[in-house]
Ligand binder design. Structure first.
Ligand code: GCU
Length: 352
């Protein structure tokens, strides 16, 4: 895998240096088409890859005389912190990453690392599907040289490990892998675990070799990324819904004609629609496969105990980072509209 990665990075670099495409005829042969490269971390059966195939299809159907879209899955061009730099410099045009990777470039993205930020999946989807509202957030990385085009659902994250976790006490001292951002580290430590940030592609081996005791992610990580082979306990503590985003190099986007830009935007939204549909299908299958074929035990925990453990984190984060305030308040409003009557009365009691 490592050798393959190295080879593809070298090939990519050679293509860029020589100004020629890798697949459309190769060096020396004249190619009219601009190769558009997209990198992501997931396998070719993952909902995100299927969404990106729709992106490619739509662009090539509408602008096939000008662009050929090439998708590099499986961290072939590097982990997410690496590829975001490639998208920043324009070495590749698009990358699909989790929002924690954007925190270093625009700290508004820290909001998504807050534990228990969204109170329902409906609220989460409603916020993320509000394209107009999200535009102002997506523009926050302009100075860094890239912009988000759309989001993809990456489900709800919970802890999974080699030993069962029933209460926050069971997390004490466990080394748990988190995404590579300070807010992710703080979130995990607040639960009492010892956060170990590393890239997604390294997690399987790290659990297998005992470098870490587990990680936290959605259920697809167990099956699509095979983590269920090495971690047999998945505790439904549901601490986060962290979106993935499709990020484009800003110069590339700004260099498009108005018509072409619109097609890219439409392609992005179509890819999201596809991803969301695939997600729902695959997440159900993943639970069954993990339980029945891989022997993973799903543990229904008392979520309130986990919420209590990190009760101060949201306030601490708001105090430390003013730039998350607007988006946070907006999310609270949307949360409120999806609470049912009993939850509303509970929430108002808690406020008093
Ligand atoms: C999910 C998410 C990825 C992210 C990964 C991680 O799989 O979709 O974008 O990289 O979690 O925990 O690193």
């Amino acid at each position: 895998m490592k050798a393959l990665k190295k080879a593809s990075i070298l090939m990519l670099a050679a293509g860029i240096v020589l100004g020629c495409s890798l697949l459309s005829g190769g060096c020396g042969m004249k190619s009219e088409k601009r190769i558009v490269r997209i990198a992501h971390s997931q396998s070719e059966t993952h909902p995100e890859h299927l969404g990106l195939l729709k992106f490619k299809e739509y662009i090539e159907e509408n602008l096939g005389d000008k662009y050929e879209v090439q998708i590099y899955p499986n961290e072939l061009l590097g982990g997410q912190t690496k590829v975001i730099e490639l998208a920043q410099t324009g070495a590749i045009d698009f990358v699909l990453v989790g929002t924690p990777n954007l925190e270093n470039f625009a700290d508004v993205y820290e909001v998504f690392s807050m534990p228990y930020l969204f109170t329902s999946e409906e609220a989460y989807h409603s916020v993320m599907n509000d394209v107009d509202y999200m535009q102002q957030v997506y523009r926050s990385t302009d100075e860094a040289g890239f912009q988000v085009l759309t989001w993809y659902n990456a489900g709800t994250r919970s802890f999974y490990s080699k030993t069962p976790v029933h209460t926050p006490d069971d997390l004490k001292g466990l080394k748990m892998r988190v995404q590579q951002s300070p807010a992710s580290v703080n979130m995990c430590n607040a639960f009492g675990a010892a956060a170990s940030p590393m890239s997604f592609g390294e997690v399987y081996t790290a659990i297998q070799q005992g470098v870490i005791d587990g990680a936290e992610n959605n259920e697809l990580a167990l099956t699509n990324n095979k983590h269920g082979e090495v971690a047999k306990y998945y505790a439904y503590n549901k601490h986060q819904m962290v979106p993935d985003v499709l990020v484009g190099n800003l110069k590339f986007l700004q260099g498009l004609s108005e018509e072409d830009y619109l097609i890219f935007q439409e392609a992005a939204l179509i890819s999201t629609e596809e991803e969301l549909i695939e997600w729902e299908k695959q997440i159900e299958e993943a639970k069954e496969t993990a339980e029945n074929d891989m022997g993973v035990e799903f543990i229904d925990v008392d979520v309130q105990l986990f919420k209590d453990k990190v009760a101060n984190v949201q306030n601490d984060m708001l105090t430390e980072n003013e730039s998350i305030r607007d988006l946070y308040d907006h999310i609270q409003e949307i949360n409120e509209t999806y609470l049912d009557a009993s939850e509303k009365s509970e929430a108002s009691k808690e406020e008093k």
